[in-house]
Design a protein around this ligand. Structure first.
Ligand code: ADP
Length: 486
């Protein structure tokens, strides 16, 4: 177990800054900020125009009602004009001026004289301006006033001037709107950051689980699984990870079993060699006794040599270090070669080794490997064939795009429960029988370690072929290897 050392705050911040969570939130926030800015800018542009128009309209409405009121009051000959409550706003200014400049009525926060001065100055500064022209003025409290002088007539037909002053300041409203937009956007961003972190944290939690589990897995204990039940992408990743672990575990297990079996296989011949040498050396022996001991030692040595060779072949196959040179080959030619090479062994075993039908059939393959495959099959057939009529035959043929080779024997056959395991490494149907026959009756007989058929299967598969076995107990077995005809 690795001991977890507490990270310093600096390391903590460092790891946070490099985390996917942080980057996700950062990108999310930046994109949201851009969207918010664009949206606010659009809203601000359209809304400020609307507010401006709204303010002008509102002012216009007040001027119209003021003029209507004053005009009707003057028409009725009312001298003392007092405006009804609510007609104007508190900030609005109203002044009624006689033709000689006398202020007849006034209302509002700005002194009438000041308004008169402003209006007359404004009108004078613009020589073309007549009555009704507007005058803009910014008060000391930074409020933009708009003064509108309008000519009215009283009952006697005298020209009077009504000056209306009102604040035309959509700016305040616009500013308030801008402020709301900024605060709203900032709040949205803040919530987005907090929510984003929360979401990213939740989304990344399975990753943490995976990391912790991966940390806890050591090569000696591959049994740990993540077992993440999520149906999302991370669940899929965890499942893939679990499947990979299962494959690794199986591979490690196979490897361990392979080494254990190999050591076990080597232990018996080494013990026999040790026993035989100790027995021979114990006391003075006759020459036939020495010869017998040496024969046994040689047989065990042969067994170990072939075992080590087989192990080497399998190790190379497992490591993918087998370079195959595939050429068009006549399968019957390979069968003939194998029969010729193994005839002495068959003779020694009292087995009749015969070639069956051998028409020319071509396949694409590696000569050396295919010869080894055929040797293993024929050697097995010779090795395990017992009884009266000892016959082993090999034949080839092709039909429907398939080329095949068959090796048949009149041996003991293989029980159906053994067939599924037959191609497993180190699997032997009857371990005792194999070794007894070798060492006692004929020590020169090829020894069996249970690797031959695994190698055969590997070679067949490497050529894209299939191997089938038909066997009847007490009658014999037929191994058939099928290849695709090129
Ligand atoms: P071995 O090196 O022991 O022969 P193989 O992998 O070649 O190992 O074969 C595995 C087992 O299958 C053998 O131990 C034997 O019991 C059985 N077997 C293989 N070929 C035959 C056969 N032709 N007839 C009967 N049994 C066979």
């Amino acid at each position: 177990m690795t001991k977890k050392i507490d990270a310093t705050p600096k390391e903590h911040i460092g790891s946070l800054l490099h985390s996917v969570r942080f980057r996700l939130v950062l990108w999310f926030t930046v994109i949201l900020a851009i969207i918010l800015f664009a949206f606010s800018a659009f809203l601000f542009y359209t809304q400020s125009r609307n507010l401006q128009a709204e303010a002008v309209h509102e002012l216009d409405r007040r001027v119209t009602s003021l003029l209507e009121f004053v005009q009707s009051a003057l028409s009725q000959g009312i001298g003392q004009i007092s405006l009804p409550h609510g007609l104007l706003r508190d900030t609005d200014v109203f002044i009624l001026v006689s033709p000689d400049g006398q202020v007849l009525a006034s209302q509002g926060p700005i002194p009438a004289q000041q308004v008169l001065q402003l209006v007359s100055a404004g009108l004078q500064s613009n020589p073309r301006a007549g009555e009704g022209s507007v005058v803009y003025w910014t008060s000391t409290s930074s409020q933009n006033y708009l003064f509108i002088p309008t000519q009215v007539h009283n009952q006697m037909g005298m020209d009077l001037v009504v000056i209306f002053g009102g604040i035309l300041d959509p700016g305040a409203l616009v500013n308030r709107f801008l402020f709301t937009l900024i605060i709203g956007s900032l709040l949205t961003l803040l919530i987005a950051v907090i929510g984003g972190f929360w979401l990213a944290d939740r989304a990344m939690r399975p990753v943490k689980t995976i990391t912790q589990a991966a940390r806890a897995i050591s090569e000696t204990d591959l049994s740990l699984r993540l077992n993440l039940k999520n149906k999302d992408e991370l669940g899929e990743l965890a499942n893939t990870f679990d499947a990979m672990l299962a494959r690794l575990q199986a591979a490690f297990e196979r490897q361990r079993q392979f080494v254990a079996d190999a050591s076990h296989e080597l232990r018996t011949p080494l013990t026999i060699v040790n026993l035989e040498t100790s027995r021979a050396l114990e006391t003075h022996r006759s020459q036939p006794e020495y010869q017998h001991a040496l024969k046994i030692i040689r047989a065990e040595n042969d067994f170990m040599t072939s075992l080590v060779n087989d192990l080497l072949v399998l190790a190379r196959m497992d490591a993918g270090q087998t370079a195959m040179e595939k050429n068009p080959l006549d399968l019957s030619d390979l069968v003939v070669d194998t029969i010729e090479r193994l005839t002495p062994l068959a003779v020694r075993n009292g087995v009749t080794l015969q070639a069956g039908n051998l028409p020319e059939t071509y396949i694409l393959g590696d000569r050396q490997y295919l010869l080894q495959m055929l040797s293993n099959l024929v050697e097995n057939a010779i090795k395990y064939t017992t009884g009266e009529k000892k016959l082993v035959s090999a034949e080839t043929g092709s039909a429907d795009g398939t080329t095949w080779v068959r090796v048949s024997d009149t041996g003991p056959g293989i029980a159906s429960e053994d067939i599924p395991h037959l191609f497993d490494r180190f699997y032997r149907v009857d371990k005792a029988r194999t070794r007894d026959t070798e060492s006692e009756d004929d020590p020169t007989l090829p020894s069996g370690s249970g690797l031959g058929l695994s190698i055969v299967q590997w070679i067949v598969q490497a050529h894209g072929g299939e191997i089938h076995l038909e066997s009847t107990l007490g009658i014999g077995s037929t191994f058939e290897v099928r290849f695709k005809t090129p």
